[in-house]
Design a protein around this ligand. Structure first.
Ligand code: AMP
Ligand code: MG
Length: 326
């Protein structure tokens, strides 16, 4: 008998248990690395479930990308100022939730922010220091911004845009939706213990072997090698947004990729925000919104999406600390 089989047989006879099978895989999707880790079934089943989850995410990239000229989002946007255009169920669901959160956040979350994100230089492949746009340029782009320019119907699912030139940007909500669909794919394949770590969006079901919950570490926004907090999570998604994800500095002033669509300028006070919710799509949109809105508006917005947990760190000139919002 080969040595390895002999050792396995001996360990079984002696009652030494084998570690439970784990399967993990990483892929680069939607401009970010995504890591999926699953347990609880034989390895071939784990592997095939993870591969289906990644296939689902790649499919959704083709639906929601604003970088790919042939994505469903871009094809639809090009025609929707002329007539209502029929949407896939995925795109409809994301646009409908984006619109709902736009209303509840008083326009702080707004997927028509695309022209401003571009004007501030955040749609280029590499981001370098550059002078901020002028007030005149910002005013010109603001004419194309406003969630009220979007008209959706549910039956059939259609989109109509009020004017040409509107650019929809799902950067604040799409990854959360992709994580929801990937997790649903894993669950359909019988997986009950899984973690998806998609950069600033994570989702967890069950718990890893021998544990009762998953641990989600939140990066410190200014010292990114440090952990700011560790959350214990089960069957929930976690989304973190931060001014550190993309920014440039010009004459000592920091300009971040999250723009207040109501005035056209990058956010100033909030540094990072984290939301824990059953829906990854909602967690994603809320964490982005929290960077834009005031404490009073934040409480009103969060009240609409209970149950949830929410935390943020704001730079008010006084003490900057990580605090729970509820
Ligand atoms: P997130 O990392 O989820 O907070 O999303 C950040 C991305 O959302 C940015 O890179 C922009 O593409 C987009 N974005 C920026 N400002 C807003 C806003 N006020 N509302 C909705 N999306 C935004
Ligand atoms: Mg977001």
């Amino acid at each position: 008998m080969p040595l390895i089989h002999l050792l396995t047989t001996l360990s079984l006879l002696m009652g030494i248990s084998q570690p439970p099978p784990i399967y993990q895989q990483m892929e680069y999707i939607m401009g970010s690395l995504c890591h999926i880790e699953v347990y609880g079934l034989p390895t071939p089943k784990l592997k095939s479930a993870v591969q289906s989850a990644f296939a689902e995410m790649r499919r959704l990239e083709q639906v929601m990308s604003d970088y790919r000229p042939d994505s469903e989002l871009n094809q639809v946007t090009r025609q929707a100022h002329l007539k209502p255009v029929v949407l896939s169920s995925d795109l409809y669901q994301v646009l409908a939730m984006a619109q709902q959160i736009a209303v509840h956040s008083g326009g702080a979350f707004d997927i028509t922010v695309g022209p401003l994100v571009k004007l501030w230089g955040f749609k280029q492949k590499s981001l370098s220091a550059h002078p901020p746009p002028t007030a005149h340029q910002i005013q010109a782009q603001l004419k194309l911004v406003g969630y009220r320019h979007i008209h959706l119907t549910a039956h059939p699912p259609t989109l109509k845009l009020q004017q040409p030139g509107i650019q929809l940007d799902l950067g604040g909500i799409g990854k959360g939706y992709a994580v929801d669909r990937a997790m649903a794919t894993l669950q359909r394949a019988g997986i009950r213990q899984a973690m998806i770590d998609f950069n600033s969006n994570q989702a967890f079901i069950g718990a890893p072997p021998g544990q009762t919950q998953w641990q989600s570490a939140i990066k410190h926004p200014r010292h990114t090698a440090q952990v700011l907090a560790v959350l214990s999570i089960q069957d929930r998604s976690v989304s973190t947004s931060g001014d550190y994800e993309q920014f440039f500095t010009w004459q000592g002033q920091r300009y971040s990729h999250i723009i207040d669509p109501r005035n056209g300028y990058p956010i100033k006070q909030a540094v990072t925000a984290t939301v824990v919710h059953a829906s990854g799509m909602i967690a994603d949109a809320l964490s982005t919104s929290l960077l834009v809105i005031s404490p009073l508006e934040a409480r009103k917005l969060l009240a609409k999406y209970q149950p949830l947990q929410a935390y943020w760190m704001r730079n008010t000139g006084k003490q900057t600390r990580w605090e729970s919002l509820l």
